[in-house]
Design a protein around this ligand. Structure first.
Ligand SMILES: Cc1cc2nc3c(=O)[nH]c(=O)nc-3n(C[C@H](O)[C@H](O)[C@H](O)COP(=O)(O)OP(=O)(O)OC[C@H]3O[C@@H](n4cnc5c(N)ncnc54)[C@H](O)[C@@H]3O)c2cc1C
Length: 412
């Protein structure tokens, strides 16, 4: 292990908070920087899955054939703002390349390796007491209303099984036995028994922060305006309170990370894959586990605070205002899976998945900057991979290599 180092972690979402705690536990002096309350942005509103089932990339071979149908409904599972299209084209081109069969096999292997460690890493980072209070492993169901949607889902679920996920196909009766609140007329579904979910994603970041502060970490509510490099290669952070030099900086600012690298000549293709949720505080029905509304491609997750309906992908850039109709849209189709669902008191949320075109996060030393470490770009899997990422970042600071498939230099 290195001698005790002075470290900065930029961003206190689930990824940065986890990195800060893991580094503090290795004995380093750590300052975690964020102008916002920890875990209050993207990491607050997600669908709460430790999604060990999601071990295939976003784009599968031939995915583009389904795109026109999905885009036909502006409030559907996929939306692209035409105004954002020129900026999006290079990313889409890389997405297409990542959907080639050999790439899908390579990416799935990397995602499966991370998934295998996801829950154990969370349990280690949170400690048994906190982990037992926050994490439940009840599995994940995907249910389908129409036989056509069930049949259309088969190749993707088979691919996940081939990549190593345990999954079984269930008939309507078995679904109803597992989840009595489901509609009686479903066509069937899939069950992933190894998926866990958390009581409330925001509380996970808060638990990590509480441990970090109790163990001597420092949290400062201020933004990093720029990263500069001093004459011996160390990061000099321009903060609201003035400039400060650290031995290493870990960049974990989610979708906002590339903006801090660009002035240093490093370009990482990251897009905001905007997702929405509708939170129902008094849904009137009970689910024992997260359920995917298969025909409509969104999730329904039971949390401590109610039932969360959410998901979908909207490419419109970081700054466009939310289209709240996309969040409101979840309620009516959700009732077709959960008759009797109540929408009173619903609240809406939008967040930015920091998505790379190959669905792999950006973890490792920034190209040409040996004292700046990247830990961002987790797309759909930031909660799943948060603790796993933190272990690799701590190992990297202590001199080990990061997992090659996630190398920030891969984008050329
Ligand atoms: C609808 C939806 C559903 C999802 N469901 C799941 C799921 O079920 N399971 C799963 O694993 N993942 C899920 N995700 C993805 C997951 O939420 C993200 O991958 C994760 O939250 C990203 O965490 P982060 O810490 O990288 O980013 P963030 O949570 O966005 O945190 C980044 C932090 O950086 C700070 N920051 C920005 N700029 C600066 C600066 N200049 N200086 C200092 N700080 C800065 C911000 O204030 C912010 O607090 C979902 C996402 C969405 C949108």
């Amino acid at each position: 292990m290195n001698a005790k180092l002075q470290l900065a972690v930029i961003g206190a979402g689930i990824v940065g908070a986890s990195c800060a705690l893991a580094l503090r536990r290795r004995g380093h002096e750590v300052v975690l920087l964020d102008p916002e309350p920890p875990g209050s942005l993207t990491s607050a509103g997600n669908m709460a899955l430790i999604a060990t089932s999601h071990i295939t990339p976003f784009a599968l071979p031939g995915f583009w054939k389904q795109v026109p149908a999905m885009l036909a409904d502006p409030l559907g599972p996929l939306a692209i703002s035409w105004r954002h299209m020129p900026a999006l084209v290079p990313w889409l081109w890389r997405l297409l390349r990542a959907s080639r069969p050999a790439e899908v096999v390579r990416i799935s292997a990397a995602l499966a390796a991370a998934a295998a460690q996801a829950e154990p890493e969370w349990r280690a980072l949170l400690g048994a007491h906190s982990a037992d209070a926050l994490i439940q492993r009840e599995g994940l169901l995907f249910v389908y209303r129409s036989a056509a949607a069930l049949a259309q889902a088969a190749p993707e679920q088979d691919l996940r099984a081939r990549a190593g996920a345990r999954v079984s196909r269930l008939g309507p009766e078995e679904l109803r036995q597992m989840e009595p609140a489901l509609a009686p007329d479903l066509a069937g579904g899939y069950f992933f028994p190894d998926v866990a979910h958390v009581a409330d994603p925001r509380r996970v970041t808060e638990a990590v922060i509480a441990a970090y502060l109790a163990e001597g970490g420092t949290l400062e509510r201020q933004a990093v305006r720029a990263i500069e490099i001093d004459s011996v290669g160390r990061p000099r952070l321009c903060l609201e309170s003035g400039a400060r030099v650290f031995d290493r900086a870990v960049l974990a600012a989610g979708i906002w990370s590339p903006a801090l690298l660009r002035p240093l000549g490093i370009r990482v293709p990251l897009e905001s894959e905007r997702g929405y949720h509708l939170m129902l505080p008094d849904p009137g029905v009970r689910l024992g586990r997260p359920v995917g509304a298969g025909d409509h491609r969104f999730m329904m997750t039971p949390l401590d605070t109610g039932l969360r309906l959410g998901g979908t992908a909207e490419f419109a850039g970081i700054d466009a205002p939310p289209n709240w109709a996309r969040a409101d849209r979840f309620l009516e189709p959700a009732r077709r899976y959960l008759p009797g669902l109540r929408g009173a008191g619903a609240t809406r949320w939008m967040g930015h998945r920091p998505s790379t075109p190959d669905s792999l996060a950006v973890i490792g030393t920034a190209p040409g900057l040996k004292h700046v470490i990247c830990a961002f770009g987790h797309g759909h899997l930031g909660l799943t991979q948060g603790a796993w990422t933190a272990r690799h970042v701590a190992d990297l600071v202590d001199g080990a290599a990061a997992p090659a498939a996630f190398d920030p230099a891969r984008f050329g």
